[in-house]
Design a protein around this ligand. Structure first.
Ligand code: SAM
Ligand code: SF4
Ligand code: SF4
Length: 359
């Protein structure tokens, strides 16, 4: 039984002083960006117009070290965090990532450790190293099966093949069920919804169709570009009937559906059409150690200065808890309430890019 369901477990007892935010939400997930760099320039995330040759990425010394990440994770776990997702930028660009996986996996209370990657750098050896280090869950981003669409979306001319090969490597290394993330943009890759569903139907892998979000301020988001999850489900259901599944746990981000013929499962992430801020228990740590309490936050709380200034664990734990207690973020719900009219863009305010804060 996982400690989440077992109130007598040691990890549960450690969380007796869990901080709650202003809307009564606890802290359960931590997404850690291990680098702001990426070898892709997905047009919806790191467009070349902004992340081109002149863009200044963080110098190495500004990144949190693995030791600093481990220390922070131990403190987050004492506040109730059970799930850690390593992300970026492209996390596989960080050298020796398997060493970090091993270090975090050894922390008592980390029940779920996972990695989100574009997988283009996931060689057979790297997949084996990560699995051997204790990683058991993997999310691979793949926006299309059509080479023309995929290479123009990643804008680096990378074809689908290395990503599909990486999925094979991961299977062989022992990753049993892989999540495949597809961000759906109207008239860009919506023609690949059905091919993606067909490709992974009958496998243990779960495609998660993600509504294109207005993160950051560089992707020129318009509501017209979003394909609502209901429409995605209708498209697939016409060819392969689907039925809804119960969530695996309260607050699960993806809505689950299974094929009626028993041939597997898909998910949809409805951040735009059915926001899920009410149950949002996620914090994000940027590669330079800033804590963000929302994907759409404008400012992060500088934990690296505290770490490097010699703060003790108790004071650091108090600082993190205090920041969480002040949290009132519910951006996606507010966006919905703003009743975006057709073709609307979102409000003009600076936001943090997803490649910086981690998806
Ligand atoms: N580079 C890795 C990757 O692509 O898997 C990890 C970082 S990426 C920021 C994490 C996830 O965020 C990816 O699945 C990506 O497709 C998703 N993402 C990025 N920008 C998005 C947007 N505007 N709307 C929805 N999802 C987005
Ligand atoms: Fe890179 Fe991932 Fe953003 Fe694409 S979505 S640009 S792969 S960080
Ligand atoms: Fe959580 Fe912010 Fe997303 Fe709402 S908008 S679900 S508060 S990250």
């Amino acid at each position: 039984m996982s400690s989440e369901n077992n109130p007598s477990s040691s990890s549960a007892s450690r969380s007796s002083k869990r901080p709650f935010d202003l809307l009564g939400r606890s802290l359960h997930d931590l997404r850690i960006s291990v680098t702001d760099r990426c070898n892709f320039r997905c047009t919806y995330c790191m467009p070349k117009s902004v992340f081109g040759a002149g863009h200044r990425f963080m110098p190495r010394k500004e990144l949190l070290t693995f030791e600093e990440i481990r220390r922070l994770v131990s403190i987050f776990v004492s506040h109730g965090v059970r799930k850690i997702r390593l992300t970026g930028g492209e996390p596989l660009l960080r050298q020796n990532l398997d060493a970090l996986v091993r270090m975090l996996g050894e922390i008592d209370g980390v029940d779920d450790l996972t990695l989100t990657t574009n997988a283009s750098l996931l060689s057979a050896q790297r997949a084996e190293e990560l699995h051997a280090a204790g990683l058991r869950r993997l999310t691979v981003s793949l926006d299309a099966l059509d080479d023309g669409i995929f290479s123009s979306m990643n804008d680096m001319g990378v074809s689908v093949r290395p990503v599909l090969e990486a999925i094979d490597h991961a299977e062989r290394a022992g990753f049993a069920s892989i999540k495949i993330n597809m961000v759906v943009q109207r008239k860009v890759n919506d023609s690949d919804i059905l091919p993606m569903a067909r490709r992974f139907k009958g496998t243990p892998h779960i495609v998660r169709f993600i509504e294109y979000m207005d993160v950051g301020s560089t992707n020129g988001w318009r509501l017209d570009d979003v394909v609502p999850a209901e429409e995605i489900i209708r498209i697939i259901d016409r060819e392969h009937p689907l039925e809804p599944l119960e969530p695996n746990y309260a607050g699960e981000v993806a809505r689950r559906w299974r094929y009626v013929d028993g041939d597997g499962e898909i998910g949809v992430i409805t951040s735009v059409t059915r926001p899920f801020c009410g149950a949002c228990s996620r914090a994000r740590l940027s590669a330079e150690g800033r804590l963000y309490t929302c994907l759409f936050a404008t400012r992060g709380f500088d934990l690296r200065s505290l770490l490097r200034g010699g703060i003790d664990d108790e004071a650091l734990a108090n600082a993190i808890a205090s920041r969480w207690r002040q949290r009132d973020d519910r951006y996606s719900e507010l966006r919905s309430e703003m009743t975006l009219s057709e073709g609307a863009t979102t409000e003009e305010r600076p936001r943090i890019e997803m490649s910086y804060i981690g998806g």
